[in-house]
Ligand binder design. Structure first.
Ligand code: GLV
Length: 311
């Protein structure tokens, strides 16, 4: 069908997996691969991670852009005509990965693993007393699809749980705060803070000196959002003066960071190379096909972006 043409312009290494998964689930879909696509005028749907701003201008009949990732901050919204819908990827595989990572990082901070990593290098055998989970408060910033899934899983360990989001949310067993006004009260409860916010103009640089000042002394930080949520110089200061005890970061402003970046060898920082949650084409294609069905039925798609909010 002419109006079922999709252009895949994301990671070339995964193009075959995507094409196969889409073919299995929606054989009627015509899948073209960028840059070999031959009929750009037929393209109604674009699957992309980041793309050249002029690509959209060359797709006169484009209706929807699907991000292959959970985030859409990499798209230059102003270069995308307002009639074109933008959709975040709500892949169950991303969600599972994010849950695993949040659990691993929370437990690593809770059980002082950054200290033991240093101790091992120094041949030092120095047991510390970890407080019980019931006495370690964990806060999640961002209570969307991912933040909610993470906080649900963290319940099983018995940590007192806190959440903060832009608009008010209510989650059983989680003390929820919302809006700028309640941010300081929320932060005052977070012995471990997990950032799962979308990156928008309102959240860029939110992990800064002022925020670190509002945390309990010696708090730990986990950033699984975007590198630009974090003011890197402010983090170094907070770790060096003891306001924070450690940070586990999956995302950085520059990925990879330059060779001489101070985070590489910092004893109180653990880095991972943006692997917390990864899109899996078989499950992501299922979400995408469901969204095509919704779009054609005139329904709101799962993960449809509100441009005014930036996510
Ligand atoms: C990864 O960061 C993603 O957006 O899926």
């Amino acid at each position: 069908m002419h109006d079922m043409t999709l252009l895949y312009a994301a990671d070339a290494g995964r193009a075959d997996e995507w094409r196969e998964a889409l073919h299995d689930m929606a054989p009627e879909l015509q899948v073209q691969l960028w840059p070999d696509a031959t009929d750009l005028a037929a393209v109604r749907y674009l699957v992309a991670w980041s793309f050249m701003p002029d690509l959209v201008a060359r797709l006169p009949n484009l209706q929807v852009i699907f991000s292959t990732g959970a985030g859409v901050n990499q798209f230059a919204f102003e270069s995308i005509p307002p009639a074109i819908k933008i959709v975040r990827m709500l892949d169950p595989a991303i969600r599972e990965g994010m849950i695993e990572y949040a659990v691993f990082a929370t437990l690593a901070l809770h059980r002082d693993l950054l200290t033991y990593r240093q101790d091992q290098r120094a041949r030092r055998w120095a047991p510390l007393t970890a407080p019980s989970a019931a006495r370690r408060r964990v806060g999640v910033m961002g209570l969307g699809d991912l933040g909610t899934a993470v906080v649900e899983q963290l319940k099983s360990f018995g940590f007192p749980l806190f959440g903060w989001s832009r608009t008010a949310r209510s989650i059983e067993g989680v003390t929820c705060f919302s809006g700028q006004d309640q941010l300081p009260s929320f932060l005052g409860h977070c012995d471990i803070l997990i950032c799962l916010l979308p990156l928008t103009p309102a959240t860029q640089g939110i992990l800064d000196d002022a925020l670190f000042d509002a945390l309990p002394i010696g708090a730990g930080l986990i950033n699984m959002g975007r590198g630009r949520h974090l003011n890197e110089a402010d983090l170094l200061r907070a770790l060096d003066d003891g306001r924070l005890s450690g940070a586990i970061l999956d995302v950085l402003i520059d990925e990879p960071p330059p060779h001489d970046h101070p985070f590489w060898l910092h004893p109180k920082i653990m880095l991972t190379p943006h692997i917390a949650g990864t899109t899996s084409p078989p499950s992501a294609a299922g979400v995408l096909v469901e969204n095509l069905r919704r779009h054609r039925a005139g329904l709101t798609m799962l993960g449809e972006v509100r441009r005014d909010l930036g996510y």
